[in-house]
Design a protein around this ligand. Sequence first.
Ligand SMILES: [Fe+2]
Length: 151
Amino acid sequence: MSIKKETTLLEDLNQALAAETLAAFRYLYFSRIASGINSPPLSEMFEEMAEGEWKHAAMVMQRIVQLGGIPVSKPSEWEKRSFHPYNDPPRRGNDLKLIIRDSLKLERSAVEFYQRLAGKTRDSDLITYRLAVDAMVEEAEEEQKLAALLD
Ligand SMILES: [Fe+2]
């Protein structure tokens, strides 16, 4: 693998680390602010999703270290480097549909990101490729779960 390619791959992985960290925070936030009649099951779901994103962050961080890179470490960099733009989370905990739609956007963006990463690594780095595919499938499952709530 050329140096340029590796630099790009490490940048991609750091974008993923930043995004996963923010996603974990965001879902934890939703799990705690959600209010209203349907909020208990939703809170539980968001708490599980937060744990899932945190695990993705761990996987990605481990891969960056394995590749000799430096994982993004400054919170101020998370927002700048995330593959998904970070907007303020919806503040009204009783607007569950808004919270779900917001989360759906995040999951779709994650699926697309990991799809691209899988495409880039398929022929050059099977370990990162598998990481990308595993994360992509999990994000797609979450996406499906969220979409079903809006039906
Ligand atoms: Fe994730």
